[in-house]
Design a protein around this ligand. Structure first.
Ligand code: ADP
Ligand code: MG
Length: 396
């Protein structure tokens, strides 16, 4: 499925002022950006606009401000500095978003200039998509560009608002993310193997439900596997479990059978007597988990089974670690599966904050076809939902 909305390529930006929503929601430590992935991801569109002679006004949120005014530790200034450092461009910053100071700084923006506004969420009304916020932000540009994939699932003032007043198009990151995460479901190269792990069934049920429709094989790992075990009648000791979701997990197993989607569950597990850095693991089969043990990782037989499935795949989608990968002794399953994906020449798409952190921890990021920059937004796409930010853009 091709991207169905207009992009920056479809509008004339020459000599125009562009107000662009980016996702500069970066982690900071002592006023310095500790992971610049999101700033890097916005550069292709910024570069394109600059090279096509647009004046560029950038806006983003960062962190979770209260919304009652400036909070210096959540300022976008470090992100603006990082953009300057990464591009070599001059990047101006104004410590205001909706006031006269911001308007004056925007009025100074000439073709080729780049200005970063202060955190859009220093005002509560932004999150509520207040029409005054939308109007104000729209007044800063002739064209609105949405490139903030990470917040495209939020109907907030800086995400959807300006589209009501000025022509609104997508940036390259948004286009690529949506295109990648929708086309794998529309026309995956088969076998399509989906791997879902992480902590909870409840937070992944929509993802599982939609994946069963298109995947040939669905691999389940992580803490959520234990709720599936309960649905199959196994006992799970003190493993993470969601009693209220056993029935839904059982329904998923039935749906998969009806749809011809093969589900793989762990056949063995690394279990421990408590959840902690000092815990040691032992391997037990899935139908023999002792009452006083909790599952922390998939076991070696499961690793082999899952890696075989990955090897046979032409398309892999992965969300959610196979175990408590933050603790080295329980990271083996996640690492083995990640390496199997990295070693394969399949199309590999990775989504989800912790999964991406795991891939980075193992140094395998550049071996994957696509690593989504959005957590919640990528999950909503995988659930088959439309993103409000994308919906608001002009149709191609
Ligand atoms: P993502 O952010 O990639 O979508 P999730 O947030 O769903 O992933 O899940 C990640 C978390 O799941 C990690 O913090 C990991 O420690 C936890 N997890 C994985 N396996 C287990 C397990 N067996 N028991 C408890 N927690 C687990
Ligand atoms: Mg997570």
């Amino acid at each position: 499925m091709a991207f169905t909305k207009k992009t920056v390529r479809d509008v004339d930006v020459d000599g125009k002022r562009v107000i662009m929503r980016v996702d500069f929601n970066v982690p900071l430590k002592d006023g310095v950006v500790t992971d610049d992935t999101r700033v890097r991801a916005a550069i292709p569109t910024i570069k394109y606009l600059k090279e096509h002679n647009a004046g560029i006004v950038l806006m983003s949120h960062l962190g979770r401000p209260k919304g009652d005014g400036p909070e210096p530790e959540l300022s976008l200034k470090p992100a603006a500095d990082k953009l300057a450092e990464l591009t070599g461009y001059e990047v101006k910053f104004v410590d205001d978003t909706y006031g006269e100071k911001a308007a004056a700084a925007v009025a100074e923006v000439k073709p080729g200039d780049i200005l970063v506004l202060e955190n859009v969420r220093f005002l509560k009304a932004e999150k509520k998509n207040d029409p005054e916020v939308a109007k104000k932000l729209a007044s800063y540009g002739d064209i609105f560009v949405l490139d903030a994939f990470g917040t495209a699932h939020r109907a907030q003032g800086s995400v959807v608002g300006p589209a009501e007043f000025i022509p609104a198009v997508a940036g390259f990151l948004l286009e690529k993310e949506v295109d990648t995460l929708t086309s794998i479901f529309a026309e995956p190269e088969c076998p399509f193997v989906a791997i879902v792990g992480g902590s909870k069934v409840s937070s992944k049920i929509g993802v599982l439900d939609h994946l069963i429709d298109s995947a040939d094989t669905l691999i389940i790992g992580g803490g959520m596997a234990y709720t599936f075990f309960l649905a199959k009648g196994y006992s799970v000791g003190t493993s993470l479990k969601e009693e209220d979701w056993i029935e839904r997990a059982g329904e998923m197993l039935k749906k998969a059978e009806a749809k011809g989607c093969k589900i793989l569950l762990p056949v063995d597990n690394v279990v421990a007597d408590h959840f902690g850095e000092d815990a040691t693991g032992e391997v037990v089969d899935s139908d023999k988990i002792p009452d006083d043990r909790m599952g922390m990782d998939i076991g070696p037989k499961t690793v082999e089974l899952y890696c075989e499935a990955v090897k046979a795949a032409k398309t892999v989608f992965w969300n959610g670690p196979m175990g408590v990968f933050e603790m080295d002794q329980f990271a083996k399953g996640t690492e083995a599966v990640a390496r199997a994906i990295a070693d394969s020449d399949c199309t590999s798409i990775i989504g989800g904050g912790d999964s991406v952190a795991a891939i980075n921890k193992f140094g395998l990021a550049d071996k994957m076809s696509w690593i989504s920059t959005g957590g919640g937004a990528s999950m909503e796409l995988v659930e088959g939902k439309a993103l409000p930010g994308v919906e608001a853009l002009l149709d191609a």
